[in-house]
Design a protein around this ligand. Structure first.
Ligand code: F6R
Length: 240
């Protein structure tokens, strides 16, 4: 794993440069995207570069990692709305080629169809990940089998607690989500994981220095041939 430690501001710039390089060489790249606080500065930088004509998503396709189950369509905290608000409405990607799993159709066939669509698009060229305080990636919580594909899952209590800042109360935080599986993520040709802030320090230590175990989902990344981890100084505090 390549590990880059920098300020959050520089990380957004450096990660954006990785997207520029990818899309310059492969304008129709397939991007795996994430939500949450972590990618916000990167998305703002990608929007800035796009508006300055320094990157184009016009031929790209995207697949998001996950979506809450149970939020009404158009709920501002749904990940579809998050992506429209924080990235898609600011860049030139055709909306028809942006995919977010359905939080309404939780059938097995919908999950299989999401996997099939990723494959039909040619597979993920670059998957972006944040990391949960408990080491989750996507909504693949501790204990998720490494062989998992897109599936419905229950959110860990600590994940609901961490995400309650986006809702008016804990009760409003959905209990379940649809998420790409660990295998879906590991099938990406390249992966970027960004970790920001002191709450991520222990999870990042376990990911990078701990044993590869389903109890720390992100530790599976040790087995991937092309992972870049960007950590700010606080998240990287336990790495030496
Ligand atoms: C989001 C996702 C999650 C988040 C993680 C960190 O699509 O899949 O794994 O990346 O929960 O969330 P933040 O960035 O809000 O700290």
């Amino acid at each position: 794993m390549k590990i880059i430690i920098n300020t959050a501001e520089n990380i957004a710039r450096q990660a954006a440069a990785q997207y520029q390089e990818l899309l310059r060489g492969k304008p129709d790249a397939v991007l795996g995207l994430a939500t949450g606080s972590t990618p916000l500065a990167l998305y703002a930088e990608l929007a800035r570069l796009n508006q300055a004509g320094e990157i184009s998503f016009a031929r790209a396709t995207s697949f998001n990692l996950d979506e809450y189950i149970g939020l009404p369509k158009g709920h501002p905290e749904s990940y579809r709305c998050f992506m429209d608000r924080n990235l898609f409405s600011h860049i030139d990607i055709p909306l028809a080629r942006t995919h977010v799993p359905s939080g309404a159709d939780t059938s097995e066939s919908a999950a299989l169809a999401y996997e099939a669509e990723i494959e039909r698009a040619g597979g993920l060229d670059l998957q972006l990940l944040g990391i949960g305080d408990n080491g989750h990636i996507g909504f693949d919580e501790p204990g998720t089998p490494f062989g998992s594909c897109t599936h419905c899952t229950a959110l860990a209590a600590s994940t609901r607690e961490a995400n309650k800042r986006f809702f008016s109360s804990l009760d409003e935080v959905p209990t379940h989500a649809v998420t790409m599986g660990i295998r879906t993520v590991m099938n990406a040709r390249a992966i970027i994981l960004i970790a920001l802030g002191p709450n991520k320090a222990e999870a990042l230590r376990a990911t990078v220095l701990g044993e590869v175990t389903e109890n720390v989902p992100a530790s599976v990344l040790q087995l991937h041939p092309n992972v870049t981890i960007y950590a700010d100084y606080e998240a990287a505090a336990l790495l030496n």
